[in-house]
Design a protein around this ligand. Sequence first.
Ligand code: TYD
Ligand code: MG
Length: 455
Amino acid sequence: MCAKKKSGSTAYQCTQCSYTQPRWLGRCPDCGAWNTLEEVSSQTEDALPLGVPGFGRSGSRSIPLSAVQSKEGSRFILGIEEFDRVLGGGVMKRSAILIGGEPGIGKSTLLLQAAEAARTKGRVLYVSGEESAAQIRSRADRLSLASDRIEVLCTGLLEDITRTLDEMNPVFVIVDSIQTVYSPAAGVVPGTVNQLKLCSQELVAWVKNRDAVLFLVAHVTKDGSIAGPKALEHLVDTVLSFERNEEDIRFLRAQKNRFGSVDELGIFQMTASGLLPIQDPTSLFIVTRSGALPPGVAVVPVFEGSRVFLVEIQALTVPAKSAVTRVYSDRIDSSRVSRIAAVLEKRVGLRFSDQDIYVNVAGGVRLTESAVDLALAAALYSARTDIPVPPVTALIGELSLAGEIRPVGRLKPRVIAAATLGFTRILAPAAEDGAEAVSDIRQLVALLFGASQRG
Ligand code: TYD
Ligand code: MG
């Protein structure tokens, strides 16, 4: 159970996620677990994760808020637009960014490319615990970087790294990877969660007081979570993940971002000269086909952050082998799929309750917007009846349980994006910019499937 008293020199740490804060609470404000905050003594305070910057250091004084320097304008622009946007418009100085991804995805490449922009502002330090200086040099050569401005330190020993940081005072620091950093202060075994936490925390504490940025590279485990789990994520300001889809397109997104949204998607391709942005990615997630569309597919313009992408939803229905039917859908929440199928069954009379339903999204993106309802309904209807959706048709709209088509946010840019890509028929909740208005699911089915409709 937890300690209850409050005193000036103690702190409370969550036993589950290590989040630390000055008062006892019944519930951890970070991971949400109940009754996990425990008092930790003031002697160990300096070694605590910095839940709040500067927390745990003695001698802090309050200052008027008006005297605090605003952090606006204190970003480094990395010069890689896809990267800058994911970070919220460049990387905030004094911040620490954890970047996770499987080996070979391009973490080292991306950061070395970003270092190129930073080196005009000051010294760049690349700490490598995995690759030799020669390997880093050959990567820099391949990327045509001016390698004389980037300094390399090949070590995993924390004390060597912090000493170099203090001597060199770099503005841009890459630690590749954090899993190779160790300190005798955290025990004899390298690679433990303790090592990871202590070393990260030391490095993060360093960057908090400098006009510098710190990137910590982390390998991901098989299940996709950053190894050394939640504990590390609290220490840093931003957590980025780098992933790839079946077509080897690489996606950079923020899982946590203290200084920006987590909705932006950075899209890259690995080429002979490094990672390059995909030019005009709007059409990346639609499938180009010659001839008629197969049944079960429908296209919707969705927002990923500030950009619109046209995305193809694919559905398949088969008679269930058992009395219990199932929905198999990784990219769209299964409960949304079940709900749309139920609306179709009730309002249009098309039976889904004896069917197993499979739903996929081309390109492997996850769709969470309610604006996908209409396209999902069309894909399901089409899959169940084997009647294809007419070609060059895009669908936008939320569907209520009553079968009404509800308005969606930012309709106009969606319509424009679809029209630009040659979708000549756009069905939407309102007749905006050439879109055709539809008001309910029956009308949608009539418009799309016309005389050939069933039910
Ligand atoms: P890398 O950045 O080393 O990935 P990570 O640090 O995430 O493990 O690069 C990944 C792969 O990309 C590597 O196998 C070699 C390849 N590559 C290119 O094809 N072109 C290039 O210009 C570079 C630098 C790497
Ligand atoms: Mg690497």
